[in-house]
Design a protein around this ligand. Structure first.
Ligand code: CA
Ligand code: CA
Length: 146
């Protein structure tokens, strides 16, 4: 069993935080990453729980996106808030999921998460461009479960 602490080195974590920061320079969307060992059930259900626990529904445009990763389940979920779902096509996250899946299959977890963040940022920028008065509404730090 791998542990959350062993999943990424602190350097890798910093690269992920930096990818979030860079992505948010192009969009008003707010991206967060949560990593834990297991969803203990349905990953999508758990991602929704984490989304609310992290108060990610607390953005002005309701455009927060959670990239949820359950290490031992080998599962991940991209969960976007209502403001996003209202305006984007149904297959909106497909390219982001594909980019992550490709790297994860190669065992490249850091790279997968980073590509997911960058892709999500690009996707969001189309519908939620960065604005002059942008503030960092949600922390860019990685959230870790048990
Ligand atoms: Ca922002
Ligand atoms: Ca942020």
């Amino acid at each position: 069993m791998s542990k959350v602490e062993d999943f990424l080195t602190s350097e890798e974590e910093q690269e992920i935080v930096e990818a979030i920061r860079l992505s948010e320079l192009n969009t008003s969307g707010e991206i967060r990453v949560h990593i834990e060992n297991s969803a203990n059930g349905d990953a999508t259900h758990r991602a929704l729980e984490v989304f609310h626990y992290l108060k990610m529904d607390n953005t002005k445009l309701q455009n927060g996106v959670l990239i949820y990763v359950a290490i031992n389940d080998k599962a991940f979920v991209i969960y976007g808030d209502e403001g996003i779902n209202k305006v984007v096509p149904e297959n909106f996250w497909d390219s982001t999921k594909d980019a992550m899946q490709t790297q994860f299959k190669l065992g490249k977890f850091k790279q997968g998460i980073i590509e997911g963040i960058l892709k999500a940022g690009e996707q969001l920028a189309t519908f939620f461009p960065w604005k002059q008065d942008d503030i960092d509404e949600l922390s860019n730090e990685i959230s870790k479960g048990e």
